[in-house]
Ligand binder design. Structure first.
Ligand SMILES: [Zn+2]
Ligand SMILES: [Zn+2]
Ligand SMILES: [Zn+2]
Length: 333
């Protein structure tokens, strides 16, 4: 029998289709292979072909836009939104619009072309997460922005156009709908129970154990109860905190260890799958401290979104999260 399950945060229903149950090997997997590229703009030595760096980690010194860096942040060469200008809200009768103000940055995670978050050292992954945190803290001072999303596309099937390991950051003048759904769901739960729904999920799944994937002292990785996609994984801090950019160094270090661990488990089990990774944090200028809880979502790209999903907002997931969690939990390097 298939099962309908409701996500306790957004209220979104999914169909866990056990009739079409799939094992990891049943997916026609598109493995990510990083091919050498002598003209890669993100490789060390090619700094002159990228826009000027906004931020960099250079443990051994060196000038901006020159070799010797461990990590670089640059403006996206083809930004979806631009920093310059004043925000101008207007409308045409029923229709709202505003000009395309925002920021779009690229975090080049390593100077080495062939490295990925799963093969880098924990310290290097920590550096990537810390740089994201620094960029969010800087950009949030700009009052035009209401939300800053940090995300990563790994592999062409997940939307990446450059093989070299990088993530992106987009500052928006509005709060995106996926986040709005989570915030409103969490607010409702708080109004009814005076507790954070994410903390409740953490508590229940820690006790239950069937959806746990891995954990550290500060962070926990789990398969959500009602995942939209097979092997969808959430990583949450145990300590309640609304904003990612307020996380202390120790939690960022803990997140780095657990994230790298989860990605290596996925690589072993799902043969280097393409994936999307995102950091969900509370909106910038709204009181959500009591009821929103920042987290990371990792979604391997194994299935396609089709007509039924577009038509209804229902996702059909052929892998029960209890099975996905078990497979990842038992995958040890
Ligand atoms: Zn490269
Ligand atoms: Zn919480
Ligand atoms: Zn989320």
């Amino acid at each position: 029998m298939s099962e309908l399950r409701k996500d306790p945060i957004t209220g979104r229903w999914v169909i866990i289709s056990t009739e079409r149950r799939k094992r990891p090997n049943d997916f026609r997997l598109e493995s990510v292979e990083i091919t050498p590229d002598p003209s890669c703009p993100f490789c060390e030595g090619h700094e002159s072909v990228t826009p000027h760096e906004i931020f960099a980690v250079r443990r051994h010194g060196g000038h901006a836009d020159s070799p010797g860096w461990d990590l670089r942040v640059i403006p996206n060469q083809f930004p979806v939104l631009r920093v310059e200008g004043t925000l101008d809200r207007q409308g045409e009768g029923l229709f709202d619009k505003m000009n395309g103000i925002g920021a779009h940055e690229v975090i080049i995670e390593t100077p080495r072309h062939e490295e990925t978050l799963a093969t880098m050292s924990d310290a290097a992954v920590e550096q990537v997460l810390w740089a994201s945190r620094e960029r969010v803290r800087d950009l949030k001072q700009d009052r035009r922005f209401r939300y800053i999303i940090v995300f990563k596309n790994h592999g062409a099937a997940a939307g990446s156009s450059v093989d070299h390991s990088h993530s992106q950051l987009i500052a928006l003048p509005i709060v995106p709908r996926e986040v709005r759904d989570e915030v409103e769901g969490a607010r409702l739960h708080y109004q009814q129970k005076e507790r954070c729904v994410f903390c409740d999920v953490l508590r229940q799944d820690s006790t239950d154990g069937r959806r746990l994937i891995a954990e550290t002292a500060d962070m926990i990785a789990l398969a959500p109860y009602a995942p939209r996609f097979p092997f969808e994984t959430w990583i949450l801090p145990r300590r309640h905190q609304a904003h990612f950019e307020d996380a202390p160094r120790q939690e960022i270090a803990s997140l780095a260890r657990l994230l790298a661990d989860v990605l290596r488990r996925m690589n072993r089990t799902l043969r280097n799958p393409p994936y999307n990774l995102l950091i969900h944090s509370a909106p910038l200028a709204e009181p959500a401290a009591d009821f929103y809880h920042w987290h990371v979502e990792v979604i391997p790209k194994l299935t396609k979104v089709a007509g039924f999903e577009w038509a209804t907002g229902f996702y059909v997931n052929p892998v029960p999260p209890e099975e996905a969690a078990q497979v990842l939990r038992e995958s040890r390097g």
